[in-house]
Design a protein around this ligand. Sequence first.
Ligand SMILES: C[S@@+](CC[C@H](N)C(=O)[O-])C[C@H]1O[C@@H](n2cnc3c(N)ncnc32)[C@H](O)[C@@H]1O
Length: 239
Amino acid sequence: MESKAVINTKSKERGVLQSPELYNYIMNTSVYPREHECLKELRAITSTQPRAVMGTSPDVGQFMDLLLTTINVKKTIEIGVFTGYSLLQTALAIPDDGKITAIDVNRSSYEMGLPMIEKAGVKHKINFIESEALPVLDELLKDAENKGTFDFAFVDADKDNYANYHERLMELLKPGGIAIYDNTLWGGTVAMDEESSVRLRSKPARKNLIAFNKYIAGDARVQISQIPLGDGITLCRRN
Ligand SMILES: C[S@@+](CC[C@H](N)C(=O)[O-])C[C@H]1O[C@@H](n2cnc3c(N)ncnc32)[C@H](O)[C@@H]1O
């Protein structure tokens, strides 16, 4: 199915939009001119890394900023930090006494972006935990005082655990709390046949995301909207 070949797979320069020109138009008109200087610098630092493609897209970051300020998020959880683009975006958006529990198995990537978090003056809002995310969520749930207290969660780590994260987040988020799951359109490959998609993106992650999209679409505990920003995000509100 060569008609799908315009979908970007190697970089995030086009997101999942079929038209790279339109994506660039959005980025150049609405996103980059308004991006915080420290986020720009963090992106520049990240671009030197071999796994730079993992960074959250600035258009998703801009959307998060709008959402976080609109719903007055104060207490959040982030699963999958990498060099910290979405983390810094979140830290900039929440109030000075806001708190982010940020989890990643790899502290060294976080430390790469840390100078920008410090320069932005928001490090005091971040509790970084170097760990697999699931045990940290389980530990949080052991304390009844954490249940139903988080305003927001951003999930951007191992795709095979999205449903497991969701189950825990249903207990950690307050009613009306929001979770965003990143990469849920996986470069557009979720809508391709397996043979075409395999040349483009990781096969296990694609399968896991297809299963997750189906699972969350059937979850009566939440309202959802799948939004084609960046690599596709699913916005989810706990009822
Ligand atoms: C796509 S990147 C996150 C990008 C980040 N949100 C940003 O804005 O740059 C995914 C991250 O998840 C981390 N990760 C992978 N599996 C994990 C797990 N089981 N628990 C916690 N972190 C994990 C990886 O180390 C990686 O840094």
